[in-house]
Design a protein around this ligand. Structure first.
Ligand code: GLN
Length: 537
């Protein structure tokens, strides 16, 4: 087995995860079986309890693990199947070590960062190897070189590489080469210092991936090579992409990153055939059609908060050869100025998942606007719940209808706590999580879009549709087109008298890929396109 360790230098938010994922794409397309794993140095056990302001989106895996959003990149860029073992945090490491200590596994010893914490980190690399039996494991270390909390992880991978030998393990350092406008120059000093930091602790990177706004000159590459002790050909340029993150694999292929990696790891494999990927890029860059849709949320200023949603929308665009411009709408703006003013002219409206009361009325108004004006609507998790609340209030005339999450004393709790949630007291990892089967109704639009009657989709919620109201809703024209196989939990709703009004309790965005756009997003964008061009459905 071969190992690639990806570290980051100079600043955070460099796109290390994307770089790791893109390298995964290239290796997979050379016939190499890869898996990817992320180490996060923070002390939370998982990101599930963190605010999007701290962490961006929480990405959910099939097995219900709440993970870092980089795992979303890994799944979108490769075919690897990820589980909770693919994301390790310091919190998990210390929890395991302390459990062992209490059990007496270390009896007689002083428990220390080296070797006990570092061993635990290394165990996780072996564990992934045994579980998934890949040819190559790409392990990304979160944070920036020089962070105190990242040190045990760097020490662990240093030891690991020494153990398996340098033909089996390489270090790729993703760094930043800033362009200083006033000087009109790209600067290599931060990269030199960040590499020096790594070498101080015994890691000499084999490859430097240089993130930059402007192309590196030959002289600069030579300088970086000389000062950072890497061969000239191992100074790889990764310029900001122009159109889409899906260009990154092609860009890195042009820089021959995958060739170099294969050479260093003695992987004798053919070049990557990226023609299908080129086709995806073509559809993103020069689509035949265009639409503009609105995403109504509460963390709109923060791109990472709805990462998978935005990605899945672009996949829906790819499936329809349609460029999608996303109007990011702050739900509170709708409360202030009204739906008409804010949402007019859009080809579709999407309300993603969310927690907490802020902006909720704006989302309800967005659903109402979409229903009444017959604008395509896609609701995801909370987006299904607000659509139900809206329908209850304005079609069924159930005044004050709400979710008990936001109004515990509502006279009409159309959304209420799941039974299994009633006894839950701890917050971490206790929602209804992960892939669950859903049965679709024959003849429904949902079944038509999926082309299947049983689907498996990922969840992350505590509240559900209250079955006491099902009959009333149905009689008024709302179809429960998907439920859990026992029929008890509502999973998908759709409106009969509407070109496309569809919402799911699950999160379809977590299973969409550019190479396999999710049926709900594909159907939604198709409906948006038809709506805006006034074609009958
Ligand atoms: N807050 C809602 C719930 O817990 C919706 C969750 C979500 O959108 N992920 O049920």
């Amino acid at each position: 087995m071969k190992y690639i360790f990806v570290t980051g230098g100079v600043v955070s938010s460099l796109g290390k995860g994307l770089t790791a994922a893109a390298l995964g794409t290239l290796l997979e397309n050379r016939g190499v079986k890869v898996t990817l794993q992320k180490f996060d140095p923070y002390l939370n056990v998982d990101p599930g309890t963190m605010s999007p302001y701290q962490h961006g989106e929480v990405y959910v895996l099939n097995d219900g693990a709440e993970t870092d959003l980089d795992l979303g990149h890994y799944e979108r860029f490769t075919n690897t199947k990820l589980t909770r073992f693919n994301n390790l945090t310091s919190g998990q490491v210390y929890q395991t070590v302390l459990d062992k200590e209490r059990r007496g596994d270390y009896l007689g010893k002083t428990v220390q960062v080296i070797p006990h914490v570092t061993d635990e980190i290394q165990n996780r690399i072996h564990q992934i190897g045994e579980l998934t039996k890949p040819d190559v494991i790409i392990t990304e270390i979160g944070g920036t070189t020089g962070d105190i909390e990242g040190l045990p992880f760097l020490e662990a991978i240093r030891e690991f590489a020494l153990d398996v030998g340098y033909t089996n393990a390489i270090f790729v350092h993703v760094t930043f080469v800033p362009f200083i406008k006033a000087a009109g120059e790209l600067k290599s000093k931060p990269t030199q210092q960040s590499v020096a930091k790594l070498r101080e602790i015994g890691i000499a990177p084999h490859i430097l991936v240089c993130r930059c706004e402007q192309s590196l000159t030959k002289e600069l590459r030579q300088k970086i090579s000389l000062f950072c002790n890497v061969p000239f050909e191992a100074v790889i340029e990764e310029k900001d992409v122009e159109h889409s993150i899906y260009e990154v694999p092609l860009m890195l292929q042009r820089e021959r990153l995958d060739d170099l990696v294969c050479r260093l790891l003695h992987l004798d494999v053919p070049p990557a055939n990226m023609s299908h990927w080129q086709d995806i890029i073509r559809k993103l860059i020069a689509p035949q059609h265009r639409v503009r849709i609105g995403v109504v949320g509460k963390y709109i200023g923060l791109n990472d908060a709805y990462k998978s949603v935005y990605e899945a929308i672009s996949h829906g665009g790819i499936a329809n050869d349609c460029g999608v411009e996303i109007e990011k709408v702050e739900a509170e703006e709708i409360e202030k100025y009204g739906a008409e003013k804010i949402l007019k002219g859009l080809a579709g409206i999407l309300v993603p998942g969310g927690f907490g009361e802020r902006g909720i009325e704006g989302k309800v108004q967005a659903a109402q606007f979409a229903r009444e004006r017959k604008i395509p609507y896609l609701g995801l998790c909370l987006g299904m719940q607000v659509a139900s609340i809206e329908f209850a209030r304005h079609v069924l005339k159930l005044e004050g209808a709400h979710s008990t999450e936001f109004d515990p004393n509502t006279p009409h709790p159309v959304i209420a706590l799941l039974d299994e949630q009633k006894k839950v007291t701890q917050k971490g990892g206790t929602m209804r999580l992960g892939a669950q089967p859903c049965q679709l109704i024959v003849g429904s639009k949902a079944a038509h879009l999926f082309g299947a009657f049983v689907i498996n989709e990922r969840h992350r919620h505590r509240y559900e549709f209250n079955n006491a109201y099902r009959e009333q809703f149905e009689q008024a024209g709302l179809k429960f087109s998907g439920t859990s196989p026992d029929g008890k939990l509502v999973e998908v709703i759709e409106l009969k008298d509407h070109p496309f009004f569809m919402a799911s309790q699950f999160h379809p965005e977590f299973q969409s890929k550019p190479s396999a756009p999710h049926p709900l997003f594909k159907g939604f964008i198709a409906a948006c396109h038809q709506y805006i061009h006034h074609k009958p459905l």
